[in-house]
Design a protein around this ligand. Structure first.
Ligand code: PLP
Ligand code: COI
Length: 366
């Protein structure tokens, strides 16, 4: 898919001062601070994709009748740009984000942004905001492409006729405060995130809106994150709030790396698919299959289940140490980060930071 569209550039006359930028980069946290610029591209039924711009970061003004505020056609992506040892900047599999963004758009009856325009927006913004890319290490520049419907109309009998694609960028440290500390998770039996035939496999804003009540319940139970179960039986493990899940059964030469199969209601994570490949490269047996909460609890108790971790762009790889549900709780192994979890984490972050060879061609220069 290609469609030439060049971005007009209007640079920020009042960028953050060097001192301010240094303060932010010293402790960026996650999603709190934004760079000096943003990219936008518009779509409407008459012109298709048009009006591609890079502008100073600014507010978006919307008519109160704008459809996104009422009916919620809103999708997003999340990916990171990393400084490489030679000083260049590269992103991890951005083509896969472009493709998933198109899939999300399709599911929400929104126009599909050509991959080339998506990738160009990343290149253009990173070129201008290069100084916001953190130096080598775990920090990176988190890129957040999103799209909303912008038609002013309360009619709900058809998708909106106009849309705004926007890309913003935010320096990112670690997603969870406290570093690589295992998280405690809550199995959500009452609320579900997504159901068969629904929007769970799309990166749709409403999926996240639907998750906050359960996330608050998890926090009340002293847990860091919710684990979503299948909507029908509430037995099969699907994923977490912004992360996919992996299970390690056995250890040493017998270790198996297992992740819930793509059921249609969980997000096909790019980190997830990359780890399946890295697992194979480490000589592990890898499986995508149904994993039930019964299996999780029983095999954690018997010791057959040795490690559990969550993975995603924002969260990288985060060990899961402890599990709670309505009727009890249990610990995985000794509750500490597992050996394979940490090996896979080092491999993944090594490739992303350019410290290990990129044998799969996953890194794309921006
Ligand atoms: N699951 C959900 C619900 C997410 O929001 C994310 C984050 O994007 C993931 C999984 C992990 O996906 P990825 O590895 O592509 O970041
Ligand atoms: C990501 O990992 O990019 C996510 O989108 C997770 C979360 C911040 C929503």
């Amino acid at each position: 898919m290609s469609q030439a569209l060049s971005f007009s550039r209007s640079t920020n006359p009042r960028p953050a001062s060097e001192q301010r930028r240094a303060e932010v980069l010293a402790d960026p946290g996650f999603g709190k601070y934004f760079t000096d610029h943003m990219a936008t591209v518009r779509w409407n039924t008459e012109q298709g994709w048009h009006d591609a711009r890079i502008e100073p970061y600014h507010s978006i003004e919307l008519d109160p009748a704008t459809t996104v505020l009422h009916y919620g056609q809103a999708i997003f992506e999340g990916l990171k740009a990393y400084q490489q040892p030679d000083g260049s900047v590269a992103s991890f599999r951005p083509e896969a984000n472009a493709e998933r963004f198109r899939h999300s758009a399709w599911r929400l009856a929104m126009p599909e942004l050509p991959d080339e325009v998506f990738l160009d927006s990343l290149r253009e913004l990173v070129a201008l905001d290069r100084q916001w890319v953190p130096e080598q290490g775990e920090s990176s520049l988190y890129l957040r492409p999103f799209m909303i419907s912008t038609e002013s109309s309360l009619g709900v009998n058809r998708p909106a006729g106009s849309y705004l694609y926007t890309l913003i960028a935010s320096p990112a440290g670690s997603y969870f405060t406290g570093g690589i500390k295992p998280v405690t998770v809550w199995l959500s039996h009452e609320y579900v995130r997504a159901s068969p035939g629904g929007t769970g496999a799309a990166k749709f804003a409403g999926n996240y809106a639907a998750s906050f009540l359960a996330q608050a319940e998890a926090a009340e139970q002293g847990c860091d994150q919710v684990v979503w179960l299948d909507a029908v039986e509430r037995r099969a493990v699907e994923e977490m709030g912004g992360m996919n899940l992996f299970f390690v059964f056995g250890s040493g030469a017998d270790a198996r790396l297992v992740t819930p199969e793509l059921s249609g209601s969980l997000l096909p994570g790019i980190t997830r698919s990359s780890l399946l490949r890295l697992g194979e490269e480490l000589g592990l047996r890898v499986e995508e299959r149904r994993v039930t909460t019964d299996e999780w609890e029983k095999k954690a108790a018997s010791g057959e289940l040795t490690e559990v971790f969550a993975c995603g762009t924002a969260a990288v790889i985060t060990p899961v140490g402890h599990v709670k549900h309505g009727e009890g709780e249990f610990t995985i192994g000794d509750g500490r980060p597992g050996e394979l979890t940490m090996r896979l984490r080092e491999k993944l972050t090594g490739i992303q930071q350019g410290a290990l060879p990129d044998t799969n061609g996953w890194m794309t220069a921006l």
